[in-house]
Design a protein around this ligand. Structure first.
Ligand code: GUN
Length: 286
């Protein structure tokens, strides 16, 4: 039997409906949750992500600011913008779209954001809180994946979970969230030896490579009834595709996310949810 589809569009729509109600209740109390996004340069993929985040934020009734900056701006100029958003009591959430141009130090910039406004959950403080299981603002893609699995009652405890990604956006925080739920986690990356052996032992595979010239997950790499979560985004003849050879893998997996319509919309829903959480935190309101 082919895999059951994990429908990120449907789950994110229901989360956004709840958020819309919550935002309107907050508006009645005089709180207007506001998300400020910052895009540096004109990477087309990043521009589409920001466009989608802005659109979804408006849909649920958030106030938004859309800061677009030239890619030759200096670290100091970007820092000044973040400082001004940190000090603006009308702004509750700040997102700096990654990657940043090479001349800008990503770590320093991320850590200029007030942790209480860090709706990406990437600052050293929020990452540390995640290690301690105390974070209220968690990275959006990993928390979106956990929400999807919970929505479909997919078992996490004691599962062998293989994650192909080691970034601060996906792999590392996702490993922590999986550990919290008693999974056995393996993080794989470009230097991993015997990836195929590890994949064949996996009850759940989460792939976020994003380069089909380097890696495509096909059905021979997946054990019977595995759960397959595809975080990859690749453009193929203008079409968005994931890391997974969907047509073959769906015949072998028990559950599978599509691309588009799987993890992507959940990342956005979690960003909106984090913005509402931040707006409820008195320290983000100064
Ligand atoms: N680039 C790709 N995904 C993300 C994300 O979730 N947040 C940020 N800030 N940048 C990204």
């Amino acid at each position: 039997m082919p895999a059951t589809l994990i429908d990120g569009n449907a789950v994110s729509t229901s989360i956004k409906a709840r958020l819309t109600k919550r935002v309107s209740e907050l508006n009645e109390k005089g709180i207007s949750p506001c998300l400020a996004t910052i895009l540096v340069g004109n990477d087309p993929a990043s521009a589409i992500y920001i466009q989608n985040k802005q659109k979804a934020a408006k849909q649920v009734g958030l106030v938004t600011q859309d800061h677009r900056l030239k890619d030759d701006l200096s670290q100091e100029e970007l820092t000044l913008l973040i400082d001004s958003l940190n000090n603006d009591s009308q702004v509750h959430g700040i997102l700096v779209q990654l990657p940043l141009p090479e001349h800008i130090n990503e770590f320093n910039i991320i850590n200029k954001i007030l942790p209480s406004k860090d709706v990406d959950g990437l600052t050293a403080i929020n990452s540390g809180l995640l290690l301690h299981r105390e974070a209220s603002l968690k990275p959006c893609t990993p928390s979106g994946i956990m929400k999807l699995l919970d929505y479909y009652n997919i078992r996490i405890m004691s599962q062998n979970v293989v994650i192909i990604n080691r970034s601060i956006l996906v792999g590392k925080p996702l490993a922590l969230l999986m550990l919290e739920r008693d999974a056995t986690v393996t993080i794989c990356h470009s230097k991993t030896v015997n990836l195929n052996h590890l994949l064949l032992g996996a009850d759940m595979i989460i792939t976020a490579v994003g380069d089909r010239n380097k890696f495509v997950l096909n059905s021979e790499m997946v054990k019977e009834k595995a759960i397959v979560i595809d975080v990859g985004t690749n453009r193929q003849s203008g079409k968005l595709v994931g890391d997974v050879d969907f047509e073959s893998v769906k015949e072998k997996a028990s559950w599978i996310t599509p691309v588009p319509g799987g993890v992507g919309p959940m990342t956005i829903a979690m960003l909106l949810s984090n913005t509402v959480t931040a707006a409820l935190n008195p320290s983000s309101r100064q």
